[in-house]
Design a binder for this molecule. Sequence first.
Ligand code: F6P
Length: 323
Amino acid sequence: MKTIAVVTSGGDAPGMNAAIRAVVRTGLHRGCDVFGVRWGYHGLVFDEMQLMGLREVGGIIQQGGTVLGSARCSEFRTPEGRQQALDNLSRRGIEGVIVIGGNGSQAGAQALYELGVPVVGVASTIDNDLVGSDITIGVDTALNVALEACDRLKVTASSHKRAFMVEVMGRDCGYLALMTALAAGAEAVVIPEAEKTPEEVAEVLRRSYQRGKTNGLIVVAEGAKNNAEKLDAWFKANAPQLGYELRTTKLGHVQRGGAPGAYDRLLATRLASTAVEYLCEGRHGVVVGTIKGEITGTPYSEVVGKHKSPDLRLLKLADILAQ
Ligand code: F6P
C-alpha cells in the first residue's frame, strides 16, 4: 500500500488530532503518502484533500477538535455521492482509507469497504456507544469536563441550598451521564437505558433534602425521554416542594471542545497507529478499538448497526452511594 487517506467524521472528539498525527507519521514511516481529507466524507465526495507532511501534524497532539474538520455528510449517503468518492480516490491513487469516528461514521466506512475500498476504522466518539471498543477516543476528556462542571455547580448549590439538574451529551446512550453521576456523587441519574419520571426525580430530591443534604445533583442524558428541558418544564409547571430551589444547566458542546487529556492522547495514538499497520498488512474492514486492555480489530459486521450500553449495575451503586 503506497497511498492512504485519513478522514475524521461525525461529532469531533478530543484526541482526534492525536489520531491524525499518529496516522500521518506512522504512514510516512511505512513509506506511504498520506492524504488528509477535509470535512469528513464531504472531502471524499467533493475531492477536498491534501497531502500531509511530518511538520503539518506538528503541535496538534494537544489540541481539541480536528485540524481536518469534520461533518455529517448527506451526499455520501447517496449512491451518486459514494461513486464520486470512489472516483476521487482512484484518480488520486489512494489505496486505503482510515476513518476516525463513531457509529454513523463507521457505517459510512463499511459502505466504502463494501464498494471495494480497503478501509480501517478508529473508534472515536465522546458518547462511548460504539461496539468494538470498551472506551472510545474523547470519552475521558468529555467526562472530565462534565465532572468539573458538576463539582463547580455543587459548590454554588451548597451555598444556596439548591439542587441542580445538569444535562450532559449522549444522543442515544447514557454512558457519559451515568459515569458523571457516579464520579460527581449525584443524587440521581436519568438515562435512555433507565428512564425516571419527573415525580421520581422530585421524590429523590425531597428525600435527600430530608436526610440533611445541603445540595442536590441530578445528571440527565440529553437522549433521555425526560431530558433536562422536559424535566425543567414539569418542575416549573408543578412546583413540587423539594426543600431545595432547583436550577438547570445544559452543558452541551462544551464537553466536546478543549484539550484532550493524557488518556485520550495515548488511546488515540495507539489506535490510529495500529489502524495504519492493519491497512498496510492487508487487514481491512475492521474498527480498531481497545477491548479488555488489548488493541483489537472488530469486523464492521459486528459493529455497524449495533449499540453499546453502559453497565447498568452501576445505577444501583450510584443510588447506594448517594445516601
Ligand atoms: O455523537 C456525539 C455527540 O456529541 C452526541 O452526544 C450529540 O447528541 C451529538 O454529537 C451532537 O451533534 P452535533 O454536534 O451535530 O449537534
